[in-house]
Design a protein around this ligand. Structure first.
Ligand SMILES: Cc1cc2nc3c(=O)[nH]c(=O)nc-3n(C[C@H](O)[C@H](O)[C@H](O)COP(=O)(O)OP(=O)(O)OC[C@H]3O[C@@H](n4cnc5c(N)ncnc54)[C@H](O)[C@@H]3O)c2cc1C
Length: 408
């Protein structure tokens, strides 16, 4: 490593947050990105930047850290359609902002490009299509390495107004959830698979068929997108002088996969630690690890319940909203490490997580991709088969797939 200069592996959200803060403080920063641009791991899909894991509005946190939340397009939501497993639709809502939808990718208005601009404006040097030995980097921000879960989605044109739906359904999204996001005439239907499946595209086709039956979408497919999530708890976040940030450090929400906030927060903390303003290991353990343990405990419980349990969760959420007058309180409670979840955590750790030595020598306790269950095999509906055929045609005429595993 050149003396004084900081080298960062990966120009995603965590790496660029760290780069911006370090460069602003006058440090020479080099960011090495294996792909051609920031955001190229994604391809124009929408993601939700959550506002429930702490009492703060995350945009306020970003401003405090010197990161500009106005530099990318975001759409705030205070209400969603919650789709129960038996197709009942209810609406959790809040007075404030529950989450913001941002776009991931290489277009100017995407969050990734805004973070790139911030890093460049601060003086960081970004090297794209660059291979760098991780040993020569002080911050490892290279995103997920292994798969604990995957998500597949289709992006399409629609004339439906802006909208978000969140669906708990163990058939369409084994062990997890599906969602519909519509922003300014572009829609995304995505299904998350927390159990490993062969020919996973069929789950997406069936999910799209479900949404088409329940919403007036007038859907015209553009492309299919997707990616993996890596959920792990390393023994140390600072290993042999290297700071592991974002998903490279396993910093992810085990329950739903809302990892952006963890990525930006951990990148910021690593930079502050290098500047001598805090102790990275200590801050990660104080600020993020308790949330990760709660989310892992929740994931353990969710793995044990099927649609009947999901229905109870959805009903409890709505009763809680009636009692407290705010639907976001339930989500805050879900991430609060109460006494019962603290007691369940050691059991969850033994039965759900596995110890593994990573190729860089780190010991991690990680969540392996779960095996499929017998109930995951079912006949596709005629509508889903047609949607699959429609997609094949779109693909033949140029529709791109950012995640090849999704082929049905
Ligand atoms: C389909 C999908 C939907 C998601 N939805 C949400 C959501 O709604 N809300 C949410 O909060 N989170 C969501 N997430 C998770 C979120 O995208 C990630 O947690 C977050 O982007 C992690 O940030 P990061 O900086 O760790 O990694 P990234 O932002 O992925 O950045 C890592 C970068 O490192 C680069 N890289 C990889 N290997 C190397 C190497 N060897 N050398 C150099 N560079 C390398 C990659 O190309 C990439 O640019 C979703 C993830 C997926 C896959």
């Amino acid at each position: 490593m050149e003396s004084g200069a900081v080298h960062i592996l990966g120009a995603g959200l965590s790496g660029l947050s760290a780069a911006t803060i370090l460069a602003k403080a006058g440090i020479e920063v080099h960011v090495h990105e294996i792909r051609a641009d920031s955001g190229a791991r994604f391809d124009g899909d929408f993601q939700g930047l959550e506002n429930w894991t702490t009492g703060n509005d995350f945009f306020e946190d970003m401003r405090d850290w010197g990161l500009d939340p106005e530099s990318f397009k975001s759409d705030a939501f205070s209400v969603v359609d919650l789709i129960h497993p038996d197709d009942v639709i209810t609406q959790p809502r809040t007075e404030g902002i529950a989450f913001r939808v941002v776009e991931r990718g290489t277009d100017d208005h995407c969050i990734d490009q805004a973070f790139k601009r911030m890093a460049i404006a601060a003086g960081a040097r970004l090297h794209y299509n660059s291979k760098r030995d991780p040993q020569d980097c002080q911050i490892i921000a290279a995103g997920p390495k292994e798969s604990s879960a995957v998500a597949f989605g289709e992006v399409f044109h629609t004339d439906h107004p802006n909208h978000v739906s969140f669906q708990l359904n163990d058939k369409l999204a084994p062990g997890a959830y599906s969602y519909l996001i519509i922003i300014d005439g572009i829609g995304l239907i995505c299904t998350c698979l927390w159990r490993k499946q062969k020919k996973s595209g069929r789950y997406l086709n069936e999910t799209i068929a479900w949404y088409e039956q329940h919403y007036e979408l007038n859907r015209k497919p553009i492309k299919r997108v997707g990616g993996k999530g890596d959920f792990s708890i390393p023994d140390r976040y600072l290993h042999e002088g290297r700071y592991y940030v974002g998903e490279a450090g396993g910093l992810q929400d085990f329950m739903w996969g809302f990892g952006m906030r963890y990525a930006i927060t951990s990148g910021t903390l690593a930079a502050k630690s290098i500047l001598g303003e805090c102790d990275y290991e200590e801050e990660i353990r104080k600020q993020l690890v308790p949330l990760i343990k709660v989310s892992a405990t929740n994931r353990f419980l969710m793995n044990r319940i099927g649609d009947r349990g999901f229905k109870k969760v959805a009903e409890y959420w709505m009763r809680d909203q009636e009692r407290k007058g705010d639907g976001l309180e339930f989500m805050r409670w879900v991430y609060t490490p109460g006494i019962i979840r603290k007691m369940i955590w050691p059991i969850a750790k033994i039965f759900m997580l596995k110890r593994k030595r990573m190729s860089d020598g780190r010991m991690v306790t990680r969540m392996p991709f779960r095996r499929s269950l017998r109930r995951d095999s079912w006949e596709q509906s005629n509508e889903a088969v047609e949607i699959g055929e429609q997609w094949k045609e779109v693909k033949r005429t140029g529709g791109s797939v950012s995640f090849p595993d999704s082929d049905a």
